[in-house]
Design a protein around this ligand. Sequence first.
Ligand code: MG
Length: 267
Amino acid sequence: MTNDKNQNGRPTGVTIKSSKELDLMRESGQIVAETKILLAEAIQPGLTTAELDRIAENEIRKRGGVPSFKGYLGFPATICSSFNEEIVHGIPSNRCMNEGDLISIDIGAIVGGFHSDTAFTAGVGDITGKAQCLIEATEKALRLGIAQVKPGARIGDISSAIQEYSEGLGYGVVRQYVGHGIGRSLHEDPQVPNYGSPGKGPILRQGMTIAIEPMLNMGSWETETMSDGWTVVTADRQLSAHFEDTVAITNAGVEVFTSVNMVEAKV
Ligand code: MG
């Protein structure tokens, strides 16, 4: 789930995690990584997003986790499910996925009080080549952002790597919603924008944990929120994609807690 720069989910300060706390996040990260695989395999024409939501909640609870999003600021479900021009925060419903749709799934779990947060976009059945390129570019943008993570680097190094690559391909990079620190709270400081300048912003320190989550639009970066108060769509109603991983800054550089390569997994 993203942090809205302007309103809800106010961040709660930068925190450094102990090794025991990192173990809990590693565990919640593994739960959502494995749930992601299950959801990716389940996606097919005719299935509703409410059914995907049930699969996710059952799996998280079966593995000893608690859904992060359910009840968060009143959000009613375990996953966010966003179709096509929807960017993030779509609410699962009885809407069926149809051949050719893009579906973005965002999912979080808590173990021992510590959250992990992850997201991916997949095509439903056959999708257009342009849509597939958008998905692959968004995952690549996430990987390029993660590659910047090490002690002493700055948030702006992540931001600029994502922005430069994505805008270089002509995509719009969403600005209103950003990545975030994560731990005992779903949204902590620092904010992790998907646009910015290298060498700027907060310094990354060993023991920090952050969620990096590029949202790329086929057209303009501008967004609107629908009347349900949650679903964020592209202002121009063109397609959008979203990938997210929760990572720790380690002595060696970076550890990804929620890692699955969804494009290579052919989902
Ligand atoms: Mg997030």
